[in-house]
Design a protein around this ligand. Structure first.
Ligand SMILES: C[S@@+](CC[C@H](N)C(=O)[O-])C[C@H]1O[C@@H](n2cnc3c(N)ncnc32)[C@H](O)[C@@H]1O
Length: 335
């Protein structure tokens, strides 16, 4: 990867900037550095600092280049964002923490990494700090386990038939990316139409499973919250419905008034007990113009909250609500 411009459009950048207002200066955490689109836009304002994270080592060089360019106002960590609570920001108080989920164009376009249906090589899809790649999932797990992964993480209706064909083919040969694409096309032939590739759902499911994206998101949200002071923001951009469901549930549940508050507590105090203030209940979406210029932005949803209370109780019901997804991710422990 070069240290120059990387090919990735930062999604809803104008909206992100109008929410986090870096023109007033401050310190920001960009949990998903990627091509550095958000980070650069923030650092272009004076008196700003960015602490950036990315699990993908291939961005290290570009991050180093930007660190020099912005005279050390950027500090980069090659780390997963679920570990954000281990990162020290000195005495700085954080204005906003931003997560722009999923993968980037440069990951997708590097065909040797197996994120794309056009990849020719082995199935891989590892973003960084992984224990196994997608090749092991497809070539080693039981039929039932593959079905569950496709169903839960890709909402793939044809999960049973695809898993059946995978098991059949792998008796004869190790399955690579193009074998999987062929299986999916065969199973779903003429059943889905339009611009979306037949394999999108299964590829998404494998990527989520390989990278433990559900536990990353849940523990990323929880550990990011611990770093926020009253008035700091948590901003999240999601790209599929499961991610958005998790973010929406967390923000909504912990922004709502207590359902059965004691009638002796004054209304103003009850309000203050809420962990977050949620100024915008509905997610923000990309404009028509942005979708035209950058079609993947059509699935993006932007939600944000402002920390409203110092009191932090571990959000057990967020875990309980999505426990079935965490259980499926834990199938990976046997690989
Ligand atoms: C959509 S891109 C971010 C693009 C970035 N906002 C920009 O403007 O260039 C997502 C990035 O997040 C990284 N990523 C995904 N999951 C992560 C995790 N759990 N921890 C840290 N980085 C992660 C990916 O490696 C990828 O580089």
């Amino acid at each position: 990867m070069s240290s120059g411009n990387l090919e990735h459009f930062p999604v809803m950048l104008d909206k992100i900037l109008s929410i986090i207002t870096p023109q007033h200066g401050g310190t920001f955490i960009d949990c998903t550095f990627g091509a550095g689109g958000y980070t650069k836009a923030i650092l272009n304002f004076p008196n700003t600092k960015v602490i950036a994270l990315d699990r993908d080592r291939s961005v290290n060089l570009h991050a180093h280049f930007l660190t020099q360019k912005y005279n050390k106002r950027l500090k980069f960590y090659n780390s997963k964002f679920s570990q954000i609570d281990k990162i020290s920001e000195g005495n700085k108080s954080i204005n906003a923490i931003i997560l722009d989920l999923g993968f980037s164009m440069f990951q997708m376009k590097n065909l040797s990494r197996g994120f794309s249906f056009n990849s020719k090589g082995p199935l891989d899809m590892r973003m960084g700090f992984n224990d196994f790649g997608a090749n092991k999932v497809i070539n080693k797990l039981d039929q039932k386990e593959i079905e569950l992964i496709l169903k839960y993480f890709g909402e793939e209706k044809y999960n049973k038939r695809i898993a059946f064909q995978i098991i059949n083919l792998r008796k004869k040969k190790e399955i690579d990316t193009q074998d999987l694409v062929k299986i999916i096309n065969k199973v779903k032939k003429k059943k889905t139409y339009g611009r979306i590739n037949e394999a999108t759902k299964s590829f998404q499911a494998l990527r989520i499973f390989v990278n433990n994206e559900i536990s990353e998101l849940i523990f990323g949200l929880i550990n990011a919250t611990k770093k926020l002071k009253i008035g700091s923001m948590l901003v999240v951009v999601t790209f599929h419905s499961l991610e958005d469901k998790i973010v929406k549930y967390y923000f909504k549940t912990y922004s709502e008034k207590n359902k059965n508050p004691s009638r002796y507590i004054p209304e103003s105090v009850k309000e203050d007990k809420r962990l977050f203030h949620c100024p915008q209940k509905k997610p923000l979406i990309a404009s028509k113009k942005e979708i035209f210029l950058n079609p993947p932005s059509r699935s993006a949803k932007l939600r944000y909250v402002i920390r409203n209370s110092n009191k932090f109780i571990f959000p057990k019901d967020l875990i309980n609500k999505f426990q079935s997804y965490l259980d499926i991710e834990s199938i990976g422990l046997k690989l």
